[in-house]
Ligand binder design. Structure first.
Ligand SMILES: O=C(O)c1ccc[n+]([C@@H]2O[C@H](COP(=O)([O-])O)[C@@H](O)[C@H]2O)c1
Ligand SMILES: Cc1cc2nc[nH]c2cc1C
Length: 341
């Protein structure tokens, strides 16, 4: 897929959303036929069967396989941190990117444990996007280009992608995007993030309210993204959309990654059919966003780290679901008697 030059940079993105491929119905039918023959009582693997079917629907092979899974972490900085919205300084974003490179972060360990590839995308960390309470985060061309850049994460023949991020201040950005897309009050969308105290929470609420006020009722999802979003949110929205076109199933991480997914959902409610939501973040408004989009997260471990950690943990389960379906013997192969009545 390549983005062609056009009058407005967002036109390419809108066209990609308009022309999204659907699920592979033939693969689903073949999957169901084989699933019914595997050596287990019908339906006894519960959600694991749903996950394997989802892989077949969005990746193609009747025997779903996960052989080249990748965790993509997009890192960016945010001018809104001048408003005191995070418990940590912006410098931590770059320091954590260096920690990822050195192998010392939480996400590195989950990738080792589950044999997942890991790529970190540094999105102009020295050039934070402007403070969204006062100015738009991105120009249209820049926002579209960042979405296209996100799609680069799909290069190299991967067959499952986990979407994560790192960016001090970005739970405020995610809250502004979700408030802009889904309405409600700023307070409905803000939470502790990295762990702000009550005064910090109030500063976050004011910042989100001011950012959304600047939208003056603008509800076009790409405009909301451009005006109150950030680079990692744009890149994550881009890679989720690109994955749909390249038949790569997606696992979305926590609250911040969900804000990126929500931009696409607001454009077309079918846009996330190829996505699983890896976990329910402890960030309180994550549950609200998922409920609006009618998505049921896989894990609920009280995590609120980001870095793609919740998605990567879920990838272990997805890998097991694929192995179950493709590795199990049928009743006939194993000489096991089928159901009597
Ligand atoms: O995505 C989540 O569920 C999530 C919840 C809380 C914190 N985070 C991470 O914490 C950072 C943002 O928190 P904050 O307080 O600086 O806005 C950023 O690096 C995120 O990866 C992420
Ligand atoms: C140390 C640290 C690690 C992180 N990983 C994702 N967000 C983070 C925020 C902080 C502060």
């Amino acid at each position: 897929m390549s983005l062609s030059p056009s009058a407005l940079p967002f036109d390419d993105i809108r066209n990609l959303v308009r022309n999204m491929p659907g699920a592979d119905e033939a693969a689903v039918a073949a999957f169901r036929e084989r699933n019914a023959q595997l050596t287990k009582p019908a339906g006894s693997l519960g959600r694991m069967e749903e996950i394997a079917e989802w892989l077949a629907a969005w990746h193609g092979p009747v025997w779903p396989k996960v052989t080249r899974p990748l965790v993509a972490v997009f890192a960016a900085n945010h001018g809104v941190t001048v408003k005191g919205v995070s418990a940590y300084p912006s410098s931590v974003t770059r320091q954590m990117v260096e920690n990822f490179a050195a192998g010392g972060a939480a996400i590195n360990q989950i990738c080792i444990a589950y044999d997942l590839g890991l790529k970190i995308f540094d999105l102009a960390l020295d050039l934070p996007t402007p403070d969204i309470t006062e100015a738009d985060a991105l120009e249209e061309a820049n926002c579209a280009a960042t979405m296209a850049f996100g799609m680069e994460a799909l290069a190299g023949g991967i067959d499952l992608i986990c979407i994560g991020e790192m960016g001090i201040g970005n739970t405020t950005i995610a809250a502004a995007v979700l408030n802009g897309l889904f309405g409600g009050e700023a307070a409905d969308w803000v939470g502790p993030g990295t762990g702000v105290d009550d005064a910090g929470l109030e500063r976050k609420r004011s910042a989100v309210a001011a950012a959304v006020e600047r939208l003056s009722g603008e509800r076009d999802p790409l405009e909301v993204l451009r005006r109150v979003g950030g680079r990692e949110i744009a890149a994550m929205a881009g890679v989720i959309l690109g994955a749909r076109h390249q038949k790569v199933p997606v696992i979305v991480d926590g609250y911040v990654a969900t804000a990126a997914a929500a931009v696409l959902h607001a454009m077309d409610s079918r846009a996330l059919d190829h996505c699983l939501f890896g976990h329910l973040s402890a960030e309180p408004a994550h549950a609200r966003a998922l409920a609006i989009m009618e998505k049921k997260p896989l894990l609920d471990f009280g995590m609120r780290l980001g870095e793609g950690t919740g998605a990567a943990l879920a990838a272990g389960i997805v890998k097991a679901a694929a192995q179950l379906h493709s590795g199990m013997a049928t009743f006939e192969q194993a000489g096991v008697s089928g159901k009597e009545r």
